[in-house]
Design a protein around this ligand. Structure first.
Ligand code: WTA
Length: 693
C-alpha cells in the first residue's frame, strides 16, 4: 500500500499520503481571512470570522472542527467515515473510525519526502557540548532497521514492547519502530526500580520484548539499567527477549535472552558516537496500516490506589491532538528548534519531545542531563548552543535555578527564545516572574500548560489567543480548541458563575483523551466517568476567575506531585516493612519540589528499633520498590493515627498538621479518638525542631 516515493527511493510513503500532503500544502498557502492565516486547517470552516469564533465553533460544532483539522494535519491511507462516536457516561471514546494511517509515516516519511536533510533530533547528551544531530532521513532509516529487527524477532501487530531507556535517539526510534509495525509501546521511566518495572511489565499482556541500554548516564552518574532489567526479569517469565543497546562503553553480562542491538559503532576517545542498529537490517520497512482506534501506546501513571494504571492511547486522535497543541500553544513555526526537557518516560516526553514535534516536522531536542549539571547554566547554555526557540520545562527546575541567581542565565545568549512553557505542577508567581523576566528577558510569553497523562495533550494554556491577549502569572487560563471545562460543586452540580472553585471536569470528549485503562475498563469508568456522570473528571480542583480564566488548585484525590512526578500516596504506603503496623502518606508544600512526601508510621507492638535506623530502612525500601523520588522527606513515628469511627484514616487532618494549618483542622467530632490528633501535632513539632537543629 505504501509505495516508495520518487525523491528518496529507499524510504516509503503512500501515494495517498502524498496526495494528502499536497492538499495540505495547498491549503496552507491559502489565506482567506485572518483565521485561515492563523490556522490553515480551519480555512474551510464556514462563518468563522476570528479566533474567538473559531474557538467557539471548536466546542459548539466540534465534529466539523476536528474533521477539518484531522483531514489536513494528518496523512491518511484511507479517510475516516465517522468523526466521533463517544459516550462519556459509559467511558466510550472513539474518533475517526474507518480511517487508516501509520503514525511513523506521519512523523517521518512525509517530512523525508519534502526535506530529508532537516534535523529531526538534537540529542543533548549528558556530556555538555557533545550534542548529536539526526536528520529526518537518518531517523527514518534507524526506525526502519529497528522495525525490521523487531519483526524478525517475532514482534507482530498488536503486541506490546516495553522500552526502558533514557531519553536518546534510539529510544525515539524504538517508539516509532513499534508504531511502524503496529505494535504498542510501553515506555517505563528509566528512574523506576526493578520492582516497579516488573509490575508494569506483568500488568500488560502480550509483553514479550524489552528494549534497554547497558547503562544510563545522567548528571555525570552512571545507572545500571541493564542490571535493573535483569532483576526485574526474575519475576517476568513471559518476557522472551531483551534488546540491549550501548550508551556507554562498558560491557554488561549478556544472557541467552539478550540480544545486542548494535553491530557497528564508531568510537572516539571511549565515547560511542555512532549508534547503528544491526546493519544487516533493511532500511525499508513496510508500515503497518493501522486503524484510528488501534492502540499506539500504554503509559503507566499513578492513581489513588496502590496499583498504577496503564492508560491507553490510540493512533489518530492522540497524534492529531499532540500535533495541534504543539503547533498552537507554543506558536511553533516551520524551522523552529523545540526544546522540551522532559524525559520520554512521562507523557510530556511522549507528546512534546516525540509525537507532537515530529508530526509537525520540527527539530526536537532530547535532553539527557539535569538542570544543574555540570552547573546551573546548563539549560541556557543549551539554548544558546542549539538555538532553541521554544523552551518547555517544569516549575521545580525553575524554582531550583532561581535560587542559584540570575548570573547563570545572563551568561548566555537567549535571543532565539520565543515562547517559554511550564508543565506538571502549579507554577508559583515568584518562579513565573523570574522565568518571564530573567530567562525570557520580559519578551517571551510564558505558557503555563495544564494537562495530564489521561488528556494526551495540553488542555488549558494561555495560548493560543490573540498575540497581545493578557497572560496572568501562574494561571493556565484558557481552554484549547475543542476543550469544554466545567467546575462542579460538592453536590455534583455544574457551577455556572465566575470567581468560583470546584472539581475540574470536561463536558465534551476530544481526540487526545485516553481510551481505557489496560485490562481494566471498569477502573477507567469508575475513576473518570462515574464521579460526575456524563463528564470526564480530571482529579484536579480549579478556580475560575472573574474574567473566566482557569487556575489549577491541586489534586482532589490521594495523588501527589513530587518535582512534577505523579505518585499515589497509597503506592508508598503499600511498601511493606515487617516492623510497620500501618502508615499514612501525605504531601506537603516543598519550596523546590512543589510537594514533598511526609509519612506517618505506626510500629507493631513490641518492636524495638531505633527510629533513625528504621527511617533509613524505609527510605531504602521505597527507592527499591518504586523510585528515589518517592522516598519520604519526613517519617514521623506515631502511636496511632487519627481515624473515623468506621476506621478510616483522616488524611485531611494529617495534611493540615503537616502544613501547620492547625486553624484549618475543621470538624474533629467524627474522630474515633480526638486525642490522637494532639499526639500527632506534638510529634510533628518535635520532628520539625529536630530537623532544624
Ligand atoms: C498536575 C503531566 C497545575 C495536575 C502533564 C495533573 C498541573 C497532573 C499542571 C498530571 C499545571 C499538570 N498546573 N498542575 N500547569 N500540569 N499538573 O499525568 O495535578 O504526569 O492532574 O501529566 O499534574 O500529571 P501527569
Amino acid at each position: 500500500m505504501w509505495l516508495p516515493c520518487g525523491c528518496t527511493s529507499k524510504y516509503v510513503a503512500s501515494s495517498f499520503a502524498r496526495r494528502t500532503l499536497a492538499s495540505y500544502l495547498h491549503v496552507s498557502g491559502r489565506s482567506r481571512c485572518n483565521v485561515a492565516a492563523f490556522m490553515p486547517e480551519a480555512a474551510g470552516l464556514e462563518g468563522v470570522s476570528g479566533r474567538a469564533a473559531l474557538r467557539e465553533l471548536s466546542v459548539s460544532n466540534s465534529e466539523s472542527f476536528w474533521a477539518a483539522v484531522a483531514r489536513h494535519r494528518l496523512c491518511w491511507s484511507t479517510p475516516f467515515h465517522t468523526v466521533q462516536d463517544c459516550d462519556l457516561s459509559r467511558g466510550k471514546i472513539k474518533w475517526f473510525e474507518g480511517g487508516k494511517l501509520n503514525v511513523s509515516v506521519n512523523c517521518l516519511d512525509r517530512h523525508v519526502h519534502t526535506c530529508p536533510e532537516r534535523v529531526a533530533l538534537i540529542w543533548e547528551r549528558d556530556e555538555r557540548g557533545s550534542e548529536m544531530k539526526y536528520t529526518y532521513g537518518e531517523l527514518l532509516e534507524m526506525t526502519c532497521r529497528l522495525g525490521n529487527l523487531l519483526r524478525r524477532h517475532g514482534v507482530k501487530r498488536g503486541d506490546c514492547v516495553t522500552i526502558y531507556m533514557p531519553t536518546c535517539p534510539l529510544a525515539v526510534a524504538s517508539m516509532l519502530a513499534c508504531a511502524r509495525i503496529g505494535a504498542a509501546h510501553n515506555v517505563v521511566f528509566a528512574g523506576f526500580s526493578a520492582d516497579a518495572l516488573a509490575e508494569r511489565i506483568r500488568d500488560g499482556e502480550m509483553l514479550l520484548l524489552i528494549i534497554t541500554v547497558n547503562q544510563g548516564v545522567r548528571g555525570g552518574k552512571v545507572t545500571e539499567l541493564k542490571k535493573t532489567v535483569d532483576t526485574a526479569m526474575q519475576s517476568c517469565p513471559t518476557v522472551k527477549q531483551v534488546f540491549v543497546a550501548m550508551r556507554t562503553d562498558n560491557p554488561v553480562t549478556m544472557t541467552a535472552r539478550d540480544i545486542a542491538m548494535e553491530e557497528v559503532r564508531e568510537q572516539k576517545a571511549n565515547q560511542i558516537l555512532e549508534i547503528q542498529i544491526q546493519a544487516v537490517e533493511d532500511v525499508v520497512c513496510e508500515p503497518a496500516v493501522m486503524n484510528s482506534e488501534d492502540v499506539l501506546f500504554l503509559l503507566y501513571t499513578s492513581g489513588s490506589t496502590g496499583k498504577p494504571k496503564g492508560l491507553v492511547h490510540t493512533q489518530a486522535g492522540y497524534l492529531l491532538y499532540a500535533a495541534l497543541t504543539h503547533r498552537y500553544v507554543f506558536s511553533y513555526h516551520d524551522g523552529d528548534v523545540f526544546g522540551c526537557v522532559a524525559d520520554i518516560g512521562w507523557i510530556t516526553g511522549h507528546s512534546y519531545v516525540v509525537y507532537g514535534p515530529l508530526a509537525n516536522g520540527a527539530t526536537t531536542v532530547l535532553f539527557e542531563s539535569t538542570p544543574i549539571y555540570p552547573d546551573p547554566g546548563r539549560y541556557w547554555d543549551m539554548v544558546e548552543r542549539l538555538k532553541i526557540n521554544q523552551f518547555y520545562g517544569a516549575p521545580t527546575a525553575i524554582r531550583l535555578l532561581l535560587k542559584y541567581g540570575d548570573q547563570w542565565v545572563n551568561k548566555y545568549d537567549r535571543s532565539t527564545l520565543k515562547t517559554l512553557g511550564s508543565v506538571g505542577e502549579p507554577i508559583n508567581t515568584e518562579a513565573w516572574e523570574w522565568y518571564h523576566r530573567v530567562v525570557g528577558d520580559g519578551r517571551c510569553p510564558v505558557v503555563d500548560t495544564w494537562w495530564q497523562t489521561e488528556t494526551g495533550g495540553i488542555c488549558i494554556a494561555p495560548r493560543p489567543s490573540d498575540p497581545d491577549a493578557e497572560i496572568v502569572p501562574g494561571m493556565a487560563m484558557r481552554p484549547f480548541f475543542g476543550i469544554n471545562p466545567v467546575l462542579m460543586d460538592t453536590e455534583g452540580e455544574v457551577l455556572t458563575s465566575n470567581n468560583t472553585s470546584g472539581a475540574l471536569c470536561m463536558a465534551q470528549p476530544w481526540p487526545g483523551m485516553a481510551r481505557t485503562i489496560h485490562n481494566n475498563h471498569q477502573r477507567f469508568i469508575d475513576t473518570y466517568f462515574q464521579p460526575y456522570p456524563g463528564y470526564f473528571f480530571t482529579g484536579d480542583g480549579a478556580y475560575r476567575s472573574e474574567e473566566g480564566y482557569y487556575q489549577i488548585t491541586g489534586r482532589l484525590d490521594d495523588v501527589i506531585n513530587v518535582s512534577g512526578h505523579r505518585i499515589g500516596t497509597a503506592e508508598i504506603e503499600d511498601v511493606v516493612c515487617p516492623a510497620v503496623a500501618e502508615s499514612a502518606v501525605v504531601g506537603y508544600t516543598h519550596s523546590i519540589k512543589g510537594q514533598g512526601v511526609y509519612a506517618f508510621v505506626v510500629l507493631k507492638k513490641g518492636i524495638d528499633v531505633q527510629e533513625a535506623d528504621l527511617s533509613r530502612q524505609l527510605n531504602g525500601m521505597v527507592s527499591e520498590k518504586i523510585a528515589k523520588y518517592a522516598s519520604p522527606d519526613f517519617i514521623q513515628f506515631a502511636k496511632r493515627l487519627p481515624k473515623t469511627r468506621s476506621g478510616k484514616i483522616m488524611r485531611r487532618v494529617l495534611r493540615k498538621v503537616v502544613e501547620s494549618d492547625l486553624e484549618g483542622l475543621g470538624d474533629l467530632s467524627t474522630l474515633d479518638d480526638p486525642a490522637a490528633v494532639q499526639e500527632i501535632i506534638q510529634g510533628h513539632e518535635k520532628l520539625l525542631s529536630k530537623n532544624r537543629s
